[in-house]
Structures are given as structure tokens and as C-alpha cells.
Design a protein. Structure first.
Length: 359
């Protein structure tokens, strides 16, 4: 694999790279208890919408694999508890709920044909399914990278937000996958990386990933975004997504909305790169997307050091960018453009889009 590996299914358990400790330390943990894996998702050991989906898939498979249920009915009850545990980890990234839904359908179809007392085939099939989800994420990233790279300029500056890289997907990344494929095809790109307060995914993770791949970058603070969009010769912005509503409104890391508005003001094309599993066509608009509120100490403290007095704090982890600011949404099935109601529905329904651009 070309990029860093944040998650792996192994015979010993699910191995996660602890993203809280990057870039200073590269530490892996092996999980054999699904409850601990669910806590790891909540605590950001693994994060990024597609990677959360892979982690939930592997976590559900892990829970079933280690279940002591003696009958199908007992296993069914335990399976529900396992799914509920993962559903309660992080509310915004819809890939999590996509993975849970996929496993519920898989479990139901396996249970229909299962013998009451032989649960091994169900356990094995769910373990295979989890690894299949991971492989599909990797293939989706490669396809997103190819479609998206076509939209980037042949040289110059690109801006991104948060970390939508290998660490966030388990593949080559969505937004960073686009940048990686473009760089590998010989484009001379430099990336502006906002640090992404309060959790610093830009400074800690994106800067690290790009540095590993020798893609030139400049780290900036979040409040420099407007300045560099006005003066910095930025040719395009590409970001990931946590949930995309039917009309194209997109939830992504806090700060993305301000970046998109400033991009519009400065005529910089703003692209979203995400797999089809990040689409939530059950929501008419972004107004209905649940926004995760994270703990106050992520704002008041940095690495355990208090920066602010003990005051009221707001910490919404995501914001919603209205579709009118989004020039295109790049998926593994092709590129959607406005009006998104039609183009996203076509991509969600179909296999690959007949042409790379769905309108
Ligand atoms: O809170 P995080 O780190 O999970 O937030 C991640 C993001 O907002 C990413 O941009 C998004 O999940 C897309 S990752 C390919």
C-alpha cells in the first residue's frame, strides 16, 4: 500500500494507528473487544468519515466473532447491542450508519439460511464482509483520486481542510487522494494546510501525511485562510465530507463553510471529494444534518495545557456548506455538478456514471 495504514484486520484483532499521538509517536493498538473499539472511535484514535465506517464494520464483525451466544436468537440480540454501541459513537459521519445498515442487511440474510446452533458461518461471513468494506474504500479512493485530479490545475496552489487523507479513509484518502493522484501524474502542486483548530487534524495529520509523500505544503493557521485565498494564488480547494444531503449541502470539519464562502468571494473553485457512502439522500438539505458537539477541553486545552480560563465554550465539530458554494462533488462513480438533487441521485442509484460528469 502506498499510504499510511490507519486500520487493519488481523487474526489477533483490529489494529488501529493511534491518531491522537501523531505526528510525534507512531503507536498501534490491537482491539479484541468491540466495546473498546467503539470507545476508540469516540475518542478519535481513528477518525475521518470513511475510516469510521471501516472501523464500525470491523468492530461489528469483531463483536460477533467473539460472541458467546449459543443460539441464533441470542446472537441476534447481541448483534443489536453491538450495532447500537457503534451508532452511539459519533453522530455526523454518515459512513458509520451506512456500515451499520450494511451489516444489518448482511446479518439478516445470513440468519435466514443459518442453522440454529451453528453460528460459525455467520461469524466468518461478517469477518469477510468487514475486510470487503475496507477493500471497497481503497478502490473508491483510487477512483475519486482519478476523477478529482482532472479538476485540478496543472500547477500551483491547492487548499484543503482538516485531514481527508489516508488516515481518514484507510485508502489513499479522498481530498488528499485527489492531490496525491494529481501529484503522481506530474502536476507541480503545493498545498496550503490550515491547522484546523481545535483538534489540529491539519497541523498534526495532513501536514504529516503530505510530508511523508514529499508533496510540498505550507501550514497556516485557520484565520489565514481568507488572506491566502485573496492573495495566495490558490487555484482550487478540495475537501472531504462527513455527510452530504440530497441537495448537495455538505457537512465537513468546522471551518469548511467559512472557507467555501471566502472561496466564492475570491473565485476559487471549491470541490468536495467523498465516496457514495457519504451521501445521505434521506435528508433534503443540510439543515437536518446532526452536528456533533465535542468536549470543551478540546478548545480550552492543547495537549493537556490550559490556554483559556474556565469559561463557557462551544465546540461544534462540523459545519454545513451550502451546495451553491460547491463547484463539484467528486465520488468514485463520477463527478456530480449542480443541480445536485438529480446528479447525486443518479450516482447513488447507478453503478458507475456513464460519463465521468453527472448533471
Ligand atoms: O472529526 P474528524 O477528524 O473525524 O473529522 C474529519 C473530517 O471532517 C474529514 O474532512 C471528513 O471526515 C472526510 S475524511 C475523508
Amino acid at each position: 500500500m502506498r499510504s499510511v495504514e490507519p486500520i487493519r484486520w488481523t487474526p489477533e484483532g483490529v489494529v488501529l494507528l493511534d491518531q491522537r499521538r501523531l505526528p510525534g509517536e507512531v503507536v498501534y493498538h490491537t482491539y479484541t473487544d468491540y466495546r473498546e473499539l467503539a470507545v476508540a472511535i469516540k475518542d478519535m484514535v481513528i477518525r475521518g468519515a470513511p475510516a469510521i465506517g471501516v472501523a464500525a464494520a470491523m468492530g461489528i464483525a469483531l463483536g460477533v466473532l467473539h460472541s458467546r451466544a449459543a443460539s441464533l436468537e441470542e446472537l441476534r440480540a447481541e448483534f443489536k447491542t453491538i450495532c447500537d454501541t457503534f451508532a452511539a459513537t459519533r453522530p455526523t459521519a454518515v459512513d458509520l450508519f451506512w456500515a451499520i445498515g450494511r451489516f444489518q442487511r448482511k446479518f439478516d440474510s445470513l440468519a435466514r439460511n443459518a442453522a440454529q446452533n451453528n453460528l460459525e458461518p455467520i461469524k466468518e461471513a461478517l469477518a469477510d464482509e468487514a475486510q470487503q468494506v475496507h477493500r471497497e474504500r481503497q478502490l473508491a479512493d483510487e477512483a475519486i483520486g482519478k476523477f478529482g485530479a482532472e479538476l485540478l490545475p496543472s500547477s500551483g496552489r491547492i487548499m484543503t481542510q482538516c485531514n481527508a487523507g489516508a488516515l481518514a479513509t484507510g485508502g489513499i484518502g479522498t481530498a488528499l487522494g485527489v492531490i496525491r493522484v494529481a501529484a503522481e501524474s506530474g502536476r507541480k502542486l503545493e498545498v496550503f494546510v490550515p491547522e484546523t483548530r481545535p483538534y489540529l487534524q491539519g497541523a498534526r495529520l495532513t501536514a504529516w501525511e503530505l510530508q511523508q509523500d514529499k508533496i510540498p505544503l505550507t501550514l497556516i493557521t485557520d484565520n489565514m485562510v481568507g488572506h491566502f485565498l485573496k492573495t495566495g494564488g490558490v487555484g482550487a480547494i478540495v475537501v472531504g465530507a462527513d455527510r452530504i444531503a440530497a441537495n448537495g449541502d455538505t457537512a465537513n470539519k468546522i471551518g469548511t463553510y467559512a472557507m467555501a464562502v471566502l472561496a466564492h468571494e475570491n473565485r476559487v473553485p471549491f470541490f468536495v471529494a467523498a465516496p457514495v457512502s457519504t451521501l445521505d439522500l434521506s435528508l433534503a438539505s443540510g439543515d437536518a444534518i446532526p452536528i456533533e458537539q465535542r468536549p470543551a477541553d478540546e478548545v480550552t486545552h492543547v495537549h493537556g495545557v490550559r490556554l483559556a480560563p474556565d469559561v463557557a465554550v462551544a465546540n461544534p465539530a462540523f459545519d454545513v456548506t451550502p451546495a451553491r458554494f460547491i463547484a463539484a462533488i467528486v465520488t468514485e462513480r463520477g463527478v456530480a455538478r449542480a443541480p445536485y438533487e438529480q446528479s447525486l441521485r443518479r450516482l447513488a442509484q447507478g453503478a458507475s456514471a456513464p460519463s465521468p460528469v453527472a448533471r
